[in-house]
Design a protein around this ligand. Structure first.
Ligand SMILES: NC(=O)C1=CN([C@@H]2O[C@H](COP(=O)(O)OP(=O)(O)OC[C@H]3O[C@@H](n4cnc5c(N)ncnc54)[C@H](OP(=O)(O)O)[C@@H]3O)[C@@H](O)[C@H]2O)C=CC1
Ligand SMILES: N[C@@H](CC=O)C(=O)O
Length: 387
């Protein structure tokens, strides 16, 4: 295979290193396309161009590897590559989640393969497992920690009393965070990954904006002390669960008991728990961000192209017609200072606490009510899911 690689940032360089160290793969890098040709690079200048057509119009290149941090530019590159009959490997979850239906059509129309294992939980081989191993009639749920940066931040804030600002900067310096880190801390990156996995697990196509999502930016020391007193960790949990013919899907900061397997998943590690009728509970664990862990997933996709692998999207081809359902009841902790949430939005409030440093309510709410609740926007009010 001759590779044309877009991007020589964290993942592009990670891929370069794993390719250099792997002696089993028959792939050669023809050229990298980057944005800024004047930037100093660690490799020979002749390997770089800022002209995308040098890769896309090069008939020697049969595989385009797309590893850039601009989802719209990435979609244009991937579309053109596929229309020119090239196979594509990408790690761009935003691009894939936002253009999934068009990308499926491009694969069908051009009879080319698009693989993107690195887009979900980096080093964890979750997509190919869902494709090849699990039967959707039997699969009942997938949940886990799908974002390395937020897990790194929460681990350091809770276990090492680090400040949010410092530890976010550390996650950026280590190459875990997105170029726009609000995608990480607002839960949007995890939501993109959940959208992709819902398709491979249940055949459900979702618009990312439809999934109820809360991030970690409002977590403060009051919440952390509550967690510690009650033997919890706080984790950003993405979850898709089958309920009858519906899928209940959310990304929420969640209290998880310290003894649970997800609480043991620390720093930039990610984890996925899959539930299905006969195998029951299964757990996948690995680094969810970073250069070589992501590079290794990209390498495994390149290697799979070597034996003609393509996703068959088996779950989607069976007509389950799952739909998203929002009217679920959920148990939440709501912490606030002066302005409290609207009590009539709660099905039941089971605990109310008031103290000098803050107040909280614990209760049951309907997801639909939460989605529309104006009080979610109160600056010093935070919501964390329970259970
Ligand atoms: N970092 C991680 O741990 C993970 C990242 N990903 C995904 O991988 C992708 C890359 O992330 P990452 O390596 O961290 O990003 P970086 O910001 O480190 O690198 C981005 C690279 O893309 C290049 N680039 C940007 N726009 C263009 C363009 N229009 N044409 C050509 N090149 C362009 C940049 O060029 P230049 O060097 O000139 O600036 C740079 O080399 C993203 O989609 C990200 O979401 C997925 C899993 C893990
Ligand atoms: N920013 C992402 C990178 C991997 O997908 C994360 O922190 O998980």
């Amino acid at each position: 295979m001759k590779l044309g690689i877009f991007g020589f940032g964290v993942v592009g360089q990670g891929l370069y290193h794993v390719l250099q160290q792997s002696n089993s793969i028959q792939a050669e890098i023809e050229k990298f396309c980057i944005k800024d040709i004047t930037k100093p690079r660690s490799l020979d200048k002749a390997l770089f161009t800022d002209d995308k057509n040098e890769l896309l119009h090069n008939d020697k290149i049969d595989v385009i590897v797309e590893l850039i941090d601009d989802a719209e530019a990435a979609f244009e590159i991937v579309k053109e590559a596929m229309n020119r009959g090239k196979h594509v490997v990408s790690a761009n979850k935003k691009m894939i989640a936002e253009h999934l239906e068009e990308l499926l059509e491009l694969q069908r129309k051009n009879k080319v393969s698009l693989l993107y294992e690195g887009s979900c939980c980096a080093s964890i081989p979750i997509i190919r497992n869902l494709e090849e191993y699990y039967d959707n009639d039997l699969m009942t749920s997938l949940e886990g920690i799908f974002n390395g940066s937020t897990n790194f931040i929460l681990t350091k804030m809770i276990n090492e009393s680090a400040s949010y600002e410092n530890v976010l900067k550390e996650a950026q310096d280590l190459g875990f965070a997105e170029s726009d880190p609000t995608l990480d801390v607002e839960g949007i990156d995890a939501r993109y990954k959940l959208c992709i996995l819902l398709y491979h697990a249940f055949g459900l196509i979702t618009n990312p904006d439809e999934l109820f999502t809360l991030g970690i930016t409002k977590i403060n020391t009051f919440d952390i002390e509550f967690a510690q007193k009650n033997n919890y960790e706080i984790k950003l949990i993405a979850r898709g669960k089958k309920v009858g013919d519906f899928i209940d899907a959310t990304v929420l900061p969640t209290f998880v008991h310290q003894s649970s397997i997800l609480a043991q998943t620390k720093n930039e590690y990610n984890a996925v728990i899959l539930e299905s009728a006969f195998s029951e509970s299964q757990f996948l664990y690995g680094k969810g961000a970073g250069d070589k862990p992501t590079g290794s997933a990209v390498l495994s996709d390149i290697s799979a192209l070597g034996y003609g692998y393509r996703y068959e999207y088996k779950k989607a081809s069976r007509t389950n017609n799952f739909a998203l359902h929002e009217d679920f009841e959920m148990k939440v902790y709501v912490r606030f200072k002066d302005q409290h949430p609207n009590e009539s939005d709660f099905i039941e409030v089971v605990e109310k606490y008031s103290g000098p440093d803050g107040n909280y309510w614990i209760g049951y709410v309907s997801r639909q009510k939460m989605k529309d609740a104006k009080w979610l926007e109160i600056p010093d009010l935070n919501v964390i899911a329970l259970g």
